[in-house]
Ligand binder design. Structure first.
Ligand SMILES: [Zn+2]
Length: 185
């Protein structure tokens, strides 16, 4: 957060652990493409809506005994009555609600507005599981924009294709160490 507080930034993430929100990142500058532990959806995906679950989860934690919670706290879909589940892209019942589409649009807009500007594509720890969401688009956009810079920090897999070799910096190292160094400079 410290690094981007004065910057025009946008975060695209495949993480679902809600950490960006907890760290104070502006929700409007975040697109959690693969879902969010902080949201529930109907397990049958009967309707396209997600629900903030923080209050209920906190209540569950407070009232649990022997790893069990009171039956009335088991979340049920308000539409069809099926159990609720976390909003994660783990099968094809993933619900993309209005919030998801709004974030997706804001990301597209951000990319469009900065298309020909000096922009840093900072890729942190993206593995080979879902390169089509962050890694490949970042490479492509860097290749198209002579003012773009691609930086990849990854402990094991810091690399970039030959096409963008002049605009790329790959650092094979621990992300938290590098970020700490930058903040303290
Ligand atoms: Zn339902």
């Amino acid at each position: 957060m410290e690094l981007v507080k004065d910057k025009d930034y946008f975060v695209l993430t495949t993480n679902v652990d809600h950490q960006f929100q907890l760290a104070g990142f502006d929700k409007k500058r975040l697109f959690y493409t693969q879902g969010d532990y902080g949201l529930w959806q109907c397990s049958k995906a009967c309707h396209d809506k997600t629900y903030d679950n923080e209050d209920v989860v906190r209540q569950m934690v407070a009232e649990q005994k022997d790893m069990k919670i009171p039956t009335e706290l088991v979340p049920k879909c308000p539409v069809c009555g099926a159990p609720m589940t976390m909003n994660l892209r783990c099968d094809n019942s993933f619900v993309q609600d209005d919030g998801w589409y709004a974030a997706s649009n804001r990301y597209d807009e951000f990319i469009l507005c900065h298309k020909e500007l000096h922009i840093l594509f900072l890729e942190l720890g993206v593995g080979a599981n879902t390169p089509v969401i962050i890694k490949y688009p970042f490479w492509k956009m860097t290749a198209k924009n002579p003012q773009a810079v691609y930086v990849c920090i990854n402990k094991q897999e810091a690399y970039a294709p030959r096409e963008i070799v002049d605009s790329a910096l790959c650092i094979e190292s621990d992300i938290s160490e590098i970020l700490k160094d930058i903040v303290s400079d």
